[in-house]
Write a protein that binds this ligand. Structure first.
Ligand code: UGA
Length: 431
């Protein structure tokens, strides 16, 4: 089939490459000529494992091309996927739909009569219905995306489920053709009306965020009562109604999705007369974890971080990503810098992005360089590389062997045995 993918960020670039991998002819569309030129040359402007190989393979084969030209896209595609961003609106909790509205309007103007326009972006419930009413010459469907950064290719080619929000059997038939290899592999399909399809996505992200904030609230209780949240999470996780995933306590969630999605969901529910205020508490618990790390850092520096040399391990909002959007690690680093600390950050992939957004922080080209002379080490993004650091060697580099594990991912025993004062969130402080 001939597909277009409008918007070539994380979601769109991955979707375009994966659709080519499924055997389709794909045209990616973006308003940014630099992005289009890079992708057309087989270069991916962000870190996503497996994606550069897939883009290079299919741009070379000619099955995947990129353009800025909506008229060409309209003439080319039978199905148009809209994958543009829905950031938080400035000065509001709600989602900014400017890009979604503009993308639908632009492609609807050029698409063939009756073409299928499929929204993949995360939107407030009611958006699909509004867009369908606004663009009568084309058909609209909603097909939310559940990919995780760092696993984007795998999640797209082998998803847990597909969700089709459709109003006609024609739209369902076309989407079944698009995803035929994925469906043939046994992937569950849920077909739904527009509002349900939109809500599946926001509900899933709200549930995941709630799960993380639940365990982080338990971390707060453990800190107050002297318990160990790591042991607690393991023990409740054996109950498979609860499950062990997404119960890692730490400095909380960040990124371009969960934080803005729970805010937009609470906001949209409010417009509909439904209270989802508990999501505001989920958000507040999450933000308190960042405060907690700043407080612990201050305490471990004798009451003030002014002039203290602090090494921060991690800048990306999570490992296997160079994405720093709403990164808890950089938020903490920037606040310590504002309090007068001398902060040096190291991250295996996100240094360039971090440097651009936080030019006042210090940066190192390796973990070892960051540790050099540090009075305090903060482990804030759980890259596998950081688990490989040898605590004995690290102890020789720092000025004072004091570390805070903000991700509950390091082996307390080996750090303590190497002479470190090792503190983890939600776990008893060492004597
Ligand atoms: C999230 C969802 O997991 C995807 O299913 C969804 O498609 C995506 O948002 C989206 O809406 O596009 P992502 O933002 O890539 O994906 O990252 P996650 O793996 O969900 O992690 C989010 C944050 O939670 C990270 O900062 C991570 O460090 C944190 N986290 C995760 C924890 O603090 N504890 C955990 O146990 C798990």
């Amino acid at each position: 089939m001939r597909l277009t993918v409008i918007g070539t960020g994380y979601l769109g670039a991955t979707h375009a490459a994966c659709m080519a991998e499924l055997g389709h002819e794909v045209l990616g569309v973006d308003v940014d000529p630099d992005k289009v030129a890079a992708l057309q040359a087989g270069r991916v402007p962000f870190h996503e494992p497996g994606l550069p190989e897939l883009i290079a393979k299919h741009t070379a084969s000619g099955r995947l091309r990129f353009t800025t030209d909506y008229a060409a896209a309209g003439a080319f595609g039978e199905v148009h996927f809209v994958c543009v961003g829905t950031p938080q609106r400035k000065g509001s909790e709600g989602a900014d739909l400017t890009y979604v509205d503009a993308a639908f309007a632009a492609i609807a103007e050029h698409a063939a009569e009756g073409a299928l326009l499929v929204g993949k972006s995360t939107v407030p419930v009611g958006t699909a219905q509004r867009l369908a009413a606004a663009h009568e010459g084309v058909e609209v469907a909603w097909n939310p995306e559940f990919l995780r950064e760092g696993f984007a290719v795998e999640d797209t080619l082998r998803p847990d489920r597909l969700v089709f929000g459709v109003r006609s059997s024609h739209a369902e038939t076309i989407l079944r053709q698009v995803y035929a290899p994925v469906l043939d592999a046994g992937t569950p399909l849920v077909t739904a009306d527009f509002p349900t399809a939109e809500l599946v996505k926001t509900a899933a992200n709200a549930f995941l965020a709630t799960k993380i904030s639940f365990i982080n609230a338990m971390a707060e209780v453990c800190e107050a009562a002297g318990g160990d949240v790591g042991v607690l999470a393991e023990a409740i996780g054996y109950d498979d109604r609860i499950g062990r995933k997404f119960l890692r306590a730490g400095i909380g969630f960040g990124g371009g999705c969960l934080p803005k999605d729970i805010r937009a969901f609470a906001h949209r529910a409010g417009e509909l007369g439904v209270s989802l205020d508990f999501l505001r508490e989920v958000d507040a618990i999450n933000m308190r974890r960042r405060d907690k790390v700043v407080d612990v850092a201050r305490e471990l520096c004798g009451g003030s971080v002014l002039g203290a040399r602090i090494a921060v391990l991690g800048a990306a909002f999570k490992p296997d990503s160079d994405d720093i959007r709403d990164s808890p690690a950089l938020n903490v680093a920037a606040r310590l810098r504002l309090d007068g600390a001398d902060v040096t950050v190291y991250d295996p992939e996100a240094l360039d992005n971090a440097r651009k957004a936080f030019p006042l922080l210090g940066y190192a080209m390796s973990a070892e360089e960051a540790l050099q002379g540090a009075e305090l080490v903060l482990h804030l993004t759980e890259w596998p590389q950081f688990r490989e650091i040898d605590p004995e060697r690290a102890a020789q580099l720092v000025a004072r062997p004091v570390i805070v594990d903000g991700r509950g991912a390091l082996d307390a025993g080996s750090w303590t045995a190497a002479g470190w004062y090792f503190r983890a969130l939600g776990r008893p402080a060492p004597a």
